[in-house]
Ligand binder design. Structure first.
Ligand SMILES: *Cc1c(COP(=O)(O)O)cnc(C)c1O
Length: 412
């Protein structure tokens, strides 16, 4: 294990700080390291592995398609892309889709679509389009995207930043309205901020944003790369507010945990700004991605994973809320996207993740203070209860000095 960690550290750029575990195998909600130790995956590769590791239906779709045709490029039509995007559009209620690979690329696609729509349809003077974003956002790591991040580390050393972005507090619809000008093309928002720390906005926030955007002829674009496809207990997290966005960004789970598959979806008049040659991707929408994406969307419906996320999510959320420990500041989330916020003075989130790893649970901190619990949506009640028991006992053991009284200490 140490040897492999050293090797990766020697040859791989140090742009991550992984937990010291070397994984070898995955099956469903379980992961195994090179020594054969088993872990419960409460991380799902940042919500990309919603169907569990190596789901047989997805692996079958991948291998069958790989043997037939994988990457012909979009210089030609394929028999896989049309049916995939038809299913994707019908599932999400959007008119058209533009397939990409990573989430960041699909967000970039959304930004390009919004700007061009602003100029060609809304009539914004050329070069003046503005896009409103939220403080605490996460939309990927490209130079444009980090330019509108409010996280100093994501930006530091990567300027100059692209102009044309205006930032408002997340969860504050009045601030959005105040930031809108005649040059505003779009508002880009995550229904729940994932990397920002699993931040759930006040009830009705997105509905208010929907009304404001419609009134000002501003596109409402939901970045559901992390919250989409059942994760929060609805197919899309924006359905909690009963709204439909003008543009939608999907990624992560769309690739079934096997491949990078993303898409920007939109109304006709938005997507129709793209002409041949305006935008593209060598791998975007390839038959392999389309076959896996199709199988993933089918599984989502067949296994009713949004409902499962809702049921298992409330079991996990309630269990976490019942834990008593002085380091717990907050427990929040929706469906199976849950954050446990800790007081870093009592228990740093990274340290807690390391302790959980030893106890057989893999998760990862976000922002030093929040531990994310986002297992594959196929997780069952016994595994949730096992996770709760392990989290409880690990918490108890982690900071015995701060424990107030044994009596109100731990409910497992
Ligand atoms: C992960 C994420 C992205 C970026 O996806 P990548 O595939 O890592 O480029 C974009 N938006 C949100 C909300 C995300 O969580």
């Amino acid at each position: 294990m140490d040897k492999l960690i050293k090797l990766e550290r020697q040859y791989c750029a140090r742009n991550y700080h992984p937990l010291p575990v070397v994984l070898h195998k995955g099956q469903g909600v379980w992961l195994w390291d090179v020594d054969g130790k088993r872990y419960l995956d409460m991380m799902s590769a940042y919500s990309a592995v919603s169907f569990g590791h190596s789901h047989p239906a997805l692996v079958a779709a991948l291998t069958e398609q790989a043997q037939l045709l994988a990457v012909p490029s979009r210089a030609f039509y394929s028999d896989r892309l049309g049916p995939f995007l038809e299913l994707l559009c019908e599932t999400t209620g959007m008119a058209k889709a533009l397939p990409m690979n990573t989430g960041a690329e699909a967000v970039e696609t959304a930004l390009k679509a919004a700007r061009k729509w602003g100029y060609k349809v809304k009539g914004i003077p050329d070069g003046r389009a503005e896009i409103v974003v939220c403080k605490g956002n996460f939309a990927g790591r490209t130079t444009t995207i980090v330019g509108f991040s409010s996280e100093p580390q994501y930006r530091d050393g990567f300027g100059p930043y692209a102009p044309g972005f205006v930032s408002v507090p997340f969860g504050d619809a009045a601030a959005l309205e105040a930031a809108i000008t005649p040059h505003t093309a779009a508002f880009l928002v995550e229904p729940i901020q994932g990397e920002g720390g699993i931040i759930v906005p006040p009830a009705g926030y997105l509905a208010a944003c929907r009304e404001i955007c419609s009134r000002h002829d501003v596109l409402l674009i939901c970045d559901e790369v992390q919250t989409g496809l059942g994760r929060t207990g609805h197919l899309l997290a924006c359905q909690h507010d009963g709204i439909k966005p003008d543009g939608l960004v999907l990624g992560k789970a769309l690739g079934g945990g096997l491949l990078p598959v993303s898409a920007f979806l939109a109304r006709h008049d938005v997507m129709n700004v793209f002409n041949p040659g305006d935008h593209g991707s060598t791998f975007g929408g390839n038959p392999l991605a389309a076959a896996v994406g199709t199988a993933a969307l089918r599984l989502l419906q067949e296994e009713r994973l949004a409902e499962r996320a809702r049921a298992m999510g409330s079991r996990l959320l309630e269990g976490l809320r019942a834990l008593r420990h002085p380091a717990i500041r907050a427990v929040r989330g929706r469906g199976l996207l849950i954050g446990l916020e800790l007081d870093p003075a009592l228990l740093p989130a990274r340290l807690f993740c390391e302790r959980l790893m030893v106890a057989g649970i893999l998760s990862k901190e976000t922002h030093d203070t929040v531990v994310r619990f986002a297992p594959p949506l196929v997780i069952g009640p016994e595994e949730i209860d096992l996770a709760l028991a392990t989290i409880g006992s690990t918490l108890e053991a982690a900071a015995p000095m701060q424990a107030p009284r044994a009596a109100d200490h731990m409910i497992v």
